[in-house]
Ligand binder design. Sequence first.
Ligand code: FAD
Length: 478
Amino acid sequence: MTDRHYQRSCVWLRRDLRILDNPALYHACDASEAVVALYVVPAEQWQQYHKSPIQADLIRRTLVHLRSELAQLNVPLVVLQAGSFAEQRALVQQCIGQWRIDALFASREYEVDEVARDNALQHDIEGNLDLHWFDDRCIIKPNSVLNGSAQPYKVFTPFSKAWLKELHSVGWQCLGRPQQMPKLITDIDDSTLPLCSLEADSWPYAGADSSAYAADGQEVIAQLRQFSAERAARYRADRDFPAIDGTSVLSPYLAIGSLSARQCLARLSHDHGSPWELAEGAKTWLTELIWREFYQHVMVAWPHVCKDKAFKPDYEAIPWTNDGQLFDSWCRGETGFPLVDAAMRQLNQTGWMHNRLRMIVASFLCKDLLIDWRWGERYFMSKLVDGDFAANNGGWQWAASTGTDAAPYFRIFNPETQSKRFDDKGLFIQQYVEQLRGLEAKLLHQAGAGGNYLPAVVDHKERRQMCLELYQQSLKKE
Ligand code: FAD
C-alpha cells in the first residue's frame, strides 16, 4: 500500500470496529514502527443524527472488546469524547501533534457531514503528515459501478448486474489480522485530552441495554459462520416470514463495522461457491448485500438525500397530513393493525425489526397514515441497533415511492393481506401482542382483530384512496 515507513501512526477508527479485515489498521501496522488507535465519540452530533441509545451502547461494548484485542497487537486504544464533528476534528489534530504522529490511517465515511469533516481535516494537516484513506464500507467502492454513459445507477436491478460484473473484473480481498506487530508506545500523553470512559455509567451518550447483541468480534464471526453454514441455503424460502429465524441478523455489526461486507462475501463464497455461481438461497443473500451497497452508492452520487430531501425532487410536493396522534399510535404499536403493532413493538423492545415488517410499517406510515417518511426515518434511527443512514433512508424513500424504486407510487401494501401471507398462523403477532394470544388466526389479521383488540386508527380502503389522490394531485401540479 505504501513504501514509506513511519515512526508513529495513528489509526482513527470510525465504523470499522474490528481487528480482522480492517484495511486502515492492517496497513498502519504494516507500515509503522508503532501504532496508536483512536476513537472519538461526537455525542452532540449523534444526538443530531438521532443515533439510538442501543447502537451507542453496542459501540461502547464493542470498544471494550476491541481495546483488549488491540492490546494484544501492541496497539493502545484511546477513546475521547467530543461534542460536534468540528470538535472531533480538532481533537484528532491535537492528538497528532501531541503524540508526534507522522501518518494517519482511516476508513472513509460517505455521509455529507462526515465527508466535509474529513475534507477540512485533510486541508488542515496535509503537508504535515501522510494521510491514508481506505474505502472499507462497501465491497466495491462508490462511484465505480457505472452505466454505459459513465453515470451511477438509479435502479437496483441493473446496478446489481453491473456490480457482479465489476466484482468479476476487480475481485475483492479480505484481509486477515495485521501481519506485523508494532512496538508498544509507552509515552502516550493523554493528560490534557477529554478521555472517555467505557463504563456504561460514564459513557457520554444515553445508553440502552444492547447485551442481546454480540460485542466480541469473535462471536460476530461465529454468528456469520453459523448463518452461512446452516441457514443461507434456505434464505430465499425463509427470509420473508418474521416468525422464522430466516435472516442473518448481522445488520447491527455491519452498521458499526464490527463485521465487514467482504467478510460476509468471503464466508458465503467459502461455503457455497463463487459469487457468480451461487445456488438460489446464498445468491438471494448476496443480493441483499448488494442492496446495502446500492444505497451507499446512491447516497454518494446524490448527496442531497443526506439533507432531508426526496431522491426524486417532484415528490417534495406531497402535502403530508402529519397527524401527531396517529404518529404516536404508530410509534407505540397501538394502531389496531395487529401485524403493524407487533412489528413496532419488536422495534421498541429489541432495537431490530424484520425486513418484511420494515417495509409494511413504513408503507403504513406513509400511505395509510399519510405521514411524511422523514418522521418514520428519524424514529427508526432513534430505535434501531442497526441504524445506518444510507440503508434507512433508502428503505424509507422506497416505501414512500420518493426514492429509487422503479415501481409506481400506487403500490400500497394492504396490512391484512401482508399479515395473512407472511404470518399466516399469527405466531409473530402473538409473540409481541400479548392480548391477542389464544385468538384464532383468521381474526388476528383483521384490523381491530374482529373486536378483540384496539380499534383501528384508520380505515385502510379509505386511506388508500386518499393516498392515491394526494400523490396524483401533488404530482400533477409539478
Ligand atoms: P439479512 O436479510 O440477513 O441481509 C444481510 C445484510 O444485507 C443485512 O444485514 C444488511 O446489512 C443488508 N441488507 C439486507 N436488506 C437490505 C436492504 N433492503 N437495504 C440495505 N441493506 C440491506 N438496514 C440497515 O442495515 N440499517 C437500517 O437503518 C435499515 N433501515 C431500513 C428501513 C426501512 C424502511 C427498510 C424497508 C429497510 C431498512 N433496512 C436497514 C434494510 C433491512 O431491513 C435490514 O438490513 C435487515 O432487515 C437486517 O436484517 P438482517 O441482518 O437479518 O438481514
